[in-house]
Design a protein around this ligand. Structure first.
Ligand code: MOS
Length: 739
């Protein structure tokens, strides 16, 4: 099905199943520990051996030799595969770092060997007997040192943000110089790790020249193609299966060393082999959100109308790596005739920087929305009013383009009202609750909406059961449930009559999960397949498809009503289709909007920050399942709080690695850290986006949170910290007199 004109009235609009708060159908498996993750697929490979990955001990240089003699003699060892036995292997899609093969070391903890043994403990013990000699070379590890002179480069997050190295509208410098009120500050954001619960893990098994990988991956079709390329095997001989994923956040968009090494190890050991990247390996072996240095300049008239706005970001990456697209939201969020955005890229020899939840916008808004708060204060304006004053209904870089739907102002007004914004004391450092200095802050939320081609197959059997198959993944987001809701709505059955099977490369290619494109795109693919299945049902029953009403498990036409399953009496009916999106998203800008409001307490004596309550108001088209969407937004709010307060990969700028490579040193917030979180969705539909009239929401939840927390800390203490995360050491010596 081609989607190239706005959606009219359709079956989804009935909202009998779609749009209703629905428990996740995989919830009981997750909460009872019975959803099998990749490493636990004892059913598919009961005799799997264990692979333990060895990471490089240098950040840059060459592996001179690897001596495996002692390791091979160790108890239980079945095979050892080293990087020197293979020529450098091809890279997977969208990746800058090579995963294995050859003697070159590009970054610390790059995989250099896998040791296979009967047990995990034996493999690990033997791995420590492997001797490696390196020829180390000097590398560049310090973003601040390399940022000067970093050239502007184009970049694309692959998730809906990006552009040219430099983009200009009007005359920024001239307008800024003449603006009556000017603001110019520089900020930094930290390297961050996805730190998902489930580590990267794969079981690989060969059957002749065919290989199957039970793995944990967000994008099955990308992984499928990449693995075929990396292993040098025809695509039809590779199968990926990833029905449950314990979090990804962009870290599992690509195949990683676990998958490649499991496949190589299984071949060498002539046995299925399972490989998980141990937690200490993940931070340096895989990808991360790169640190940024960002400068924002805003010029405005005294009434708060922005006349000039510039946002420049510098990040680092390996050669062939991309810049963090942190300036993208600044192209679209606020009006202003004179504009400049730039992405600069410094060469660093740290592990690869790549997509992490809302790549671009998440760190970009952490800066832009603090700058907006600072500018509002300079203007003597309320921060909410300053944003409303500068709202735009057209793309500021190309005013002929309007937004498909934009209600940022509605979000701001409703959020302010519900959070009690009017009670906020605009003067910082004034509100005290016992030992706590209390402050309130807000930030706008913005994230582009992206749609991707997505396919599905649906089958109806005689019992009236509808089975959906697509290679779409559920990375903890609720895909199983919204796909079941969509099929139930389309076929007129209850959700318990739908079976959803996901994550297998043998199924039709979907959008996959990423960039908050998954929910809208994949359900649209299911919609398309169900339109075909409805036609097949009508034809089988000898009724006119246009007259058929699918409801209550029946198909009705005129006075005739038959159980849906009767259409499959002569054999199951199957239909398959792919939704393909035309140019509709080019003519109109599709984005999602919101506001984050946060109240913090900062301990007057220790500088410790505690989030007391949070509210998000989101405008993101039709909300397919308010319950799972709310969970997504709440998760994003927790993650954004982490970026604001604690998450930072500490760079060893001499040796070139992230020093805190475990969850003891890399701290993430948990639910218990934030006592009150609420989410409100504006009741809206966006017929420009898809037949579902939905948009992405899973990443909108993180966009702007960091700034809202930072602005609340300022309101509580009067201290501006422009260097994230805002740990207590950055507050302590500037705290207002405590006692
Ligand atoms: Mo993307 S960072 O996987 O949503």
């Amino acid at each position: 099905m081609k989607f190239d004109t706005p959606a009219g009235q359709n079956h989804i609009d009935q909202l009998k199943v779609v749009g209703r708060p629905t428990d996740r159908i995989d919830g009981k498996y997750k909460t009872t520990g019975t959803a099998p993750y990749a490493y636990e697929r004892h059913d598919v490979a009961p005799n799997a051996a264990y692979g333990f990955v060895l990471g490089a001990g240098i950040a840059k240089g060459r592996v001179r030799w690897i001596d495996t003699a002692a390791a091979k003699r160790a108890p239980g060892v079945l095979a050892i595969v080293t990087t020197l036995e293979h020529p450098r292997m091809e890279r997977g899609m969208m990746n800058a770092a090579y995963l294995f093969g050859g003697d070159q070391v590009q970054h610390y903890h790059q995989a250099i060997a896998v040791v296979v043994a009967e047990t995990f403990e034996q493999a690990r013990a033997a791995a420590f007997l492997v001797k490696v000699d390196y020829a180390s070379e000097p590398g560049k590890f310090d973003l601040a040192a390399e940022a000067k002179g970093a050239p502007p480069v184009p970049g694309d997050s692959g998730e809906g943000s990006g552009g040219n190295g430099e983009e200009r509208v009007g005359d920024f410098e001239g307008a800024f110089a003449q603006a009556p009120v000017r603001f110019d500050e520089t900020y930094s954001t930290a390297d961050e790790s996805h730190a998902m619960m489930e580590p990267h893990a794969t079981i690989a098994a060969w059957d002749g020249d065919k290989v199957t990988l039970w793995t944990s991956n967000q994008m099955i079709a990308w992984g499928h193609g990449s693995l075929a390329k990396i292993l040098g095997v025809p695509k039809e001989n590779v199968r990926l299966d990833s029905p449950y994923v314990g979090g990804g956040f962009g870290g599992k968009l690509f195949v990683r060393a676990d998958a490649v090494l499991a496949a190589l190890a299984a071949k060498a050991a002539k046995r299925p082999v399972k490989v998980a990247l141990t937690r200490p390996l993940i931070m340096n072996n895989t990808t991360h959100r790169p640190a940024t240095i960002q400068r924002v300049r805003i010029g405005a008239t005294r009434d708060g109308t922005i006349t000039a706005i510039a946002h420049e970001s510098t990040s680092g990456n390996l050669p062939d790596g991309s810049p963090e697209t942190a300036v993208s939201q600044t192209k679209l969020l606020y009006a202003g005739a004179n504009r400049l955005t730039a992405m600069k890229l410094a060469h660093l020899d740290l592990p690869e920087g790549n997509a992490m939840r809302a790549p671009g916008e998440a760190p970009g808004l952490m800066v832009l929305e603090v700058a907006m708060d600072e500018m509002a204060e300079k203007l003597g304006m309320d921060p909410v009013e300053f944003r409303i004053r500068n709202d735009t209904q057209v793309d500021p870089q190309d005013p002929k383009r309007s937004f498909s739907h934009r209600d940022l102002v509605g979000c701001l007004r409703l959020g302010a009202e519900r959070f009690g914004w009017s009670k906020r004391n605009p003067k910082p450092g004034q509100v005290r609750d016992g030992q706590w200095l209390v402050g309130v802050g807000m930030a706008a939320a913005f994230r582009n909406n992206m749609v991707l081609k997505s396919g599905a197959r649906v089958r109806l059997d005689q019992a009236g059961t509808v089975t959906v198959e697509t290679d779409m993944t559920d990375i903890g987001t609720g895909s199983y449930t919204i796909i079941a809701q969509t099929a139930a709505e389309m076929m007129g059955v209850t959700i318990d009559k739908v079976v959803v099977r996901l994550g297998d490369s043998a199924f039709p290619v979907s959008s996959g999960s990423g960039g908050q494109f998954g929910a809208n795109s994949s359900t649209s693919g299911v919609y398309a397949a169900c339109v075909k299945l409805r036609d097949a049902v009508a034809q089988r029953l000898g009724i006119n498809s246009a007259d058929a009403v699918f409801a209550d498990g029946q198909v009705r036409s005129g006075n005739r009503a038959v159980p849906l399953g009767d259409a499959a009496a002569g054999g199951a009916l199957t239909a398959e289709d792919t939704i393909e999106f035309g140019d509709i998203s080019k003519s109109q800008q599709q984005s999602t909007f919101g506001v984050h409001l946060v109240e913090v307490g900062v301990d007057a004596y220790t500088g410790e920050t505690r989030v007391r309550r949070m509210l998000a108001v989101c405008a993101a088209g039709r909300i397919l399942n308010p319950k799972s969407a709310r969970s997504q937004v709440i998760g994003g709010m927790v993650m954004g709080t982490g970026a604001a307060l604690m998450e930072e990969l500490a760079v060893d700028t001499k040796r070139g690695f992230f020093a805190n490579h475990d969850l003891a040193g890399y701290e993430v917030p948990v639910h218990a850290d934030i006592p009150h979180q609420e989410v409100i969705f504006l009741d809206e539909v966006d017929p420009m986006s898809s037949p579902m009239k939905a948009k992405g929401v899973g990443e909108l939840g993180i966009c702007g949170v960091g700034a809202a927390v930072a602005n609340a800390i300022y309101n509580a203490t009067g201290i501006r910290v422009r260097d994230y995360p805002i740990t207590l050491d950055k507050l302590l010596d500037r705290m207002p007199d405590a006692a």
